[in-house]
Design a protein around this ligand. Structure first.
Ligand code: DGL
Length: 255
């Protein structure tokens, strides 16, 4: 393992691309390896044990198999289920887990009403409860579960009439009621346009991608492991479908 080794980025599917694009923008000289486990998506409807096993086996492949210098768990669900154990299994590696941008939302909107949208696993795991206890302070936090988004993004339909219809159903009743909406799943930023159409421009829609990228850079810098370039990207998807790799690359270039 040296500076030129991969930064591995892992998600249950193509959603982690919302983190990958932040990582690549901040560290263009790095060699990235994106692994999407679309064969097993969605993770958010599985048991915590199932998500744990899938995450540990992906980490084994990326940290042992590829000897990546760092692993970014670009999946809130996998982070909630397994990131602490990953750090105990691979104490010598840099392991970053994405977290919902709740602190940022509460800092920006003191006393405000914040919606947090995430998968069932993320909403029920203690990691989120700890974040809420630590940061929500005087804010009112509404937990929102929106089944269907992950499936639409995985099907390449994030920018479609179905996406807008789903967001109207799930968020329409919150129009005018939220100060901020925290996207606690890495698939959700790809539906941002539909969310803005439904909620209006005044709602601050936040995701954990930029913070995760900054933290990854900080840790690599601290370890003296930042690469000097040239950078590269390799994409693998467990589905074995060429279309998923194409979708991954298409989403990478989506605003
Ligand atoms: N992208 C994942 C997350 O950030 C979850 C998607 C899924 O349910 O597989 O939570």
């Amino acid at each position: 393992m040296d500076k030129t080794s991969y930064i591995a980025v892992f998600d249950s599917g193509v959603g982690g691309v919302s983190v990958l694009r932040e990582l690549m923008a901040l560290m263009p000289n790095e060699n990235f390896y994106y692994f999407g486990d679309s064969a097993n998506a969605p993770y958010g409807l599985k048991t915590t044990n199932q998500v744990w096993s899938l995450t540990v086996s992906a980490a084994r492949k990326l940290l042992d198999g590829l000897d990546a210098k760092a692993l970014v768990v670009a999946c809130n669900t996998a982070t909630a289920a397994a990131v602490q154990d990953l750090r105990s299994i691979w104490p010598e590696k840099i392991i970053i887990g994405i977290e919902p941008a709740l602190k940022l939302a509460c800092d920006r909107h003191p006393g405000g009403t914040i919606g947090i949208m995430a998968t069932e696993v993320t909403l029920r795991e203690k990691k989120l409860a700890a974040l809420l206890a630590r940061y929500s302070r005087d804010c009112t936090v509404m937990r929102l579960h929106s089944p269907g988004i992950v499936e639409l993004v995985e099907a390449g339909k994030a920018d479609s009439p179905e996406a807008l219809e789903l967001m109207e159903e799930e968020l329409g009743h919150l129009r005018g009621k939220l100060d901020a909406l925290v996207l606690g799943c890495t698939h959700y930023p790809f539906m941002r346009k539909a969310m803005e159409t439904v909620l209006g421009d005044s709602v601050d829609i936040l995701d954990g991608g930029p913070g995760t990228a900054r933290e990854t850079k900080r840790r690599l810098e601290q370890a003296g492991l930042l690469n000097d370039g040239p950078g590269s990207l390799t994409v693998e998807n467990s589905s074995g479908q060429h279309e998923k790799v194409e979708l991954t690359l298409r989403l990478l270039n989506t605003e």
